[in-house]
Design a protein around this ligand. Sequence first.
Ligand SMILES: [Zn+2]
Length: 502
Amino acid sequence: MMMERIVTLSILSIVLVSSAPTTTPNYWALRHNILHEEAVQSIGGNLPLEGQERAANTRLMIHKKQEIDKAFLNPDIFLPARNFLEAFGDIEKSRVFQIIKKLPKGAVLHVHHKAMVHADWIYNATFRENLYVCDRNGDLELQFFRTPSRDCDWKLLSHLRKNPILAESINERIRKQLTMVVENPEQVYSHIDVGWIKFEQIFDFITPVIGYKPVAEDHFYQGLKELYDDNVLYVEVKSGVPKLYDLDGRRYSDNEVVGIFEKVTQRFKNDHPDFIGVKIIYTKGRMLSDAKVHGFMDRVVQLKRDYPDFIAGFDLAGQEDKGKTLRSYADRLNELKKQINFFFHAGETNWYGTSTDENLIDAVLLNTKRIGHGYAIMKHQRVLDYVKLNRIAIEVCPISNQVLGLVKDLRNHPASVLFAEGVPVVISNDDPGLWGSRALSYDFYEAFMGIMSGNADIRALKQLAMNSIIYSSLSPGEQARAMNIWKKKWISFVNELSSGII
Ligand SMILES: [Zn+2]
């Protein structure tokens, strides 16, 4: 308060006595204080530099400054200002990105199960036996069968691929239907709905491939592997728990599918003993009928009862502008919150003062533990106050917001203010496999280079990693273990960075 008064007075005195010299000693002291207080308040700003962190930070910041200084003179090359769909190859060449890949990043708390895995892996899965293909109105569909159904002109894919000319064209069509990646994304995805339509089409296309039980198990394992290889220790996966199938025509129930995910997790943990684990956030589409959504709310209570440590909570997802609001389910959700934790997507919109935008208010009133995206939160200062007071983390997903049309240049992402104000934030990847990304490092890079201050340093990355454990659904005991494992990895990362091994 005192500071504000001094600043106001000094600005007034400059305006009133414009001919007076402004560079008084007091001016420089104030200027220094403002910068210092801003730095301390921003993410990681109040962490000390410990051990080898100072030396590691110097190396990291040399590369960060070089990259920013170069782009400052030639803005076209600034990677966070370019669309990720065409920039990801250049991001991989960045020294900062290569350092971030080695960084122990803690946890991913917002990733959708069907989009966890890179498209190349799913493409390779189309070479498995018993996969059939059909062309329905110009779009390919894939499905595993022992004997194909008669609803389409199904052909065995492996058989078609024996013809080299046919194989080339069909492989190209499959690849295109697996990804949003195009050479000219700005033209192709001219507005938000076009991007979302393609996004949803990919989900429809891959669902029967990754819904086949043998593929589903390998796919989930691969999702964990891609994150683990990217130095992620723990994951909260948003999943609608798809009905898996096998060649005998068996459909697996939600309860069985959760059991399958839990078994795969256990197998992964056995193979990687320092991996902390997985929890599932049961997440259903907000476009579905009221009756269905109410059914899912009953279902999540049963699942939580059967898998108390594995099911973390409930969420609604899908294009928020087109879907049902949280308000429309408020009565039921108020009942449900006594039995289950919420992790709502909210405020993933550019429409200010709409029903979508107001989801932010309902989310916090319904005691959401974190907010997915919260892209519009800066327009709702009371919600922001509430979030700060109650330590509700905002799950910022930079690449998702850009690819799905909320922001073109990530320097304009509203999370800049969240970082500046030290609001609890975690960085997540949302649906990396659908847009040519892999695991978490790309989103960390975009946040560190494009959304945070140019002065944000290794302490900001450290705080982000710690936040992902602090704001997770891990029990206090699990959290302490995760933090211990993470700290050891952090120290070895810092030592490697400071000694030039990285
Ligand atoms: Zn999401």
